[in-house]
Ligand binder design. Structure first.
Ligand code: ZN
Length: 300
């Protein structure tokens, strides 16, 4: 990882994501401290934090922002996280429908997990999930999103350490869910709706999705998903692949983005995704400028 902070961070989760716990204003404070000039909050599956961002940002005139979200889609080639940048501040009707579908999916997925553990002999109710969510999420997020699924690590530790259903992590991972969990919304409905709203769609942290440097696979996913660009720098991308992905972008007239994927800060008792550090990535300022030519930038 670089020894300095980047000038932008286009992949961030706040406490409005089911598996994150950073208050919005902490990112703006840290951006000011670290010289991050523009950021994009990209919650999982929603833009539910956007009104609060709009209210908080004016106190930080040195930090601009872009409207974003990270939408996970299912497709015939697998499930993919897509970072969307430049979303409209009020969703188009079809985008509102997409977000509503994700809200429903989060609750249904949580319920299906509860049912699966319960059917396997390990009772795990919706009330259990609500109590877990309340440990790390403010009530206002639960009011908007309902009783969603719970951050993976916290749920695992609860079922092992508190419920004593499994003697250790290995036994937990050996538990096979005996039913199909609800699939993520389909790429072919989500991505066109996002693009029609004027936003840009990027395939996130792609090293796994691309089998590292499998160009055939990259071509197939580009064809299938129709993304506008690639998250070429992320701490899960081996640094030697970043220039390779960037060259692929240039060759195919795609944009390149970068972000930390921060979910929590060192001060948080819940170190969700603790390896991701806000502002830390090797993305280049030129990529930032190419994106900012194409999307609305607020607070500057
Ligand atoms: Zn993310």
């Amino acid at each position: 990882m670089p020894d300095h902070y980047a000038s932008f961070d286009f992949h961030l989760h706040t406490l409005w994501s089911y598996d994150a716990c950073t208050p919005i204003e902490r990112y703006f404070e840290l951006a000011r401290e670290r010289g991050v000039k523009v950021l994009a909050v990209t919650e999982h599956h929603t833009m539910d934090s956007f009104r609060e961002i709009q209210a908080i940002a004016p106190a930080f005139p040195e930090v601009a922002y872009v409207a974003g979200a990270e939408l996970t889609v299912s497709s015939e080639l697998g499930t993919f996280d897509m970072v969307c940048l430049g979303l409209p501040p009020s969703p188009t009707p079809e985008l509102a429908e997409v977000f509503e579908r994700y809200h429903r999916w989060q609750r249904n997925y949580g319920d299906a997990l509860s049912d699966a553990f319960t059917a396997g002999g390990f009772p795990y109710t919706r009330e259990d999930r609500l109590a877990l969510l309340r440990r790390y999420r403010p009530e206002r997020t639960i009011e908007v999103q309902g009783i969603t699924h719970v951050q993976n690590g916290l749920q695992r530790d609860y079922l092992i350490g508190e419920k004593k259903y499994f003697p250790d992590v290995n036994a937990f991972h050996d538990f096979r869910i005996g039913k199909e969990l609800p699939p993520y919304p389909a790429a072919e409905t989500v991505i066109p709706a996002v693009k029609r709203s004027g936003a840009l769609v990027f395939i996130a942290h792609p090293a796994g999705y691309f089998n590292l440097d499998d160009v055939k696979r990259m071509d197939a996913l580009r064809e299938l998903l129709g993304f506008d660009g690639i998250e070429c720098a992320h701490d899960s991308v081996p640094p030697e692949l970043t220039p390779f992905y960037r060259r692929y972008c240039v060759e195919h007239r795609l944009l390149s983005t970068a972000g930390s994927d921060s979910h929590s800060l060192p001060e948080s008792p819940y170190r969700f995704g603790a390896a991701h550090e806000f502002g830390r990535h090797i993305g280049e300022d030129r990529w930032r400028d190419e994106i900012l030519e194409r999307v609305a930038v607020y607070n500057r």
